[in-house]
Ligand binder design. Sequence first.
Ligand code: ADP
Ligand code: MG
Length: 326
Amino acid sequence: MRTVYRLLLLLTALACFQSVHAAWVSGEEAIMGTRISVQLWHQDKDQGKAAIEAVMEEFRRLDRKLSPYIDSSELSLVNRMASLEPLVISEEFFRLLETSLEYSALTEGAFDITFASIGHRYDYRKGIKPTESLIDRSLPLINHRNIRLDADRGTVFFEKQGVRIDLGGIAKGYAVDRGMQLLQRRGVQHALISAGGDSRLLGDHRGRPWHIGVQAPRDKGNMAAVLPIADSAISTSGDYERFFERDGIRYHHIISPDTGRSADNLQSVTIIGPNATRTDALSTSVFVLGTEKGMALINRLHDVETIIIDKHGKMITSDGLADLTQ
Ligand code: ADP
Ligand code: MG
């Protein structure tokens, strides 16, 4: 009896100790050309901080591997070499290419990482764009079928000279998912990781949902909607992040593979789904597809919902959105 009593006392003491030290811990850093922010609940503040640093290091690793702006990245190497002969690539890079091609098939080509064959000629910060004739001449380079993967040899080959790829439509979502895996392995149960427009939530905000805002595309700093969600991922693609305007045309970073030019049907697309790789790829895709085809796709898929803001600023939501946010 005495031992049981002592044990109970000890457990109570431990519980008090834990609740005194448990806390929300957060960190922020600029990586992958965007703001990475991590927030998590941890029993031990120092371990929480260490977990956040591990997530940041994973983002840095993926940036070094996937950035088109770093000459030594695997992506840059592939862009230099893969149209010469089949190139052996890392398993992780191979899987990312496979996933990208799966999204090309799912979206009838709206998601296409070879957009970069023309896309790399834009500099949105400097207001630089390719000439109309160069776009037209380069258009056959944009086609996911120009990418040949050989699973047995672990190689990639571009079937046309001049094909380039960029994983900007999926890399941040993938990095968010990888970061979340790291946190889960460390026993974290409540966390938010966000990389610009791509976020993932683990658990809830301790007893209540997380509240994630959807930016009003033409009213900086204001929200078009705030969604109460838990245990899911959410991505927004918009025409207001990276763009410049010339002669009344808005040139921005989401390229329609059919035209080689900025997709101009919508102002923003938000996707809510099970993981950030999926919501990232699908938000870019639906942005290209436009309201009708995009909504048809999302309503056909059972694990995702969407909020579309069309070019007139009108909000359209998918069939199951109300259920999801209740
Ligand atoms: P952000 O990078 O602002 O989070 P998105 O998730 O909407 O935005 O992705 C836009 C990025 O996707 C572009 O910067 C570019 O790297 C890439 N991209 C543009 N057009 C396409 C496309 N048709 N298919 C796949 N990726 C694309
Ligand atoms: Mg995206």
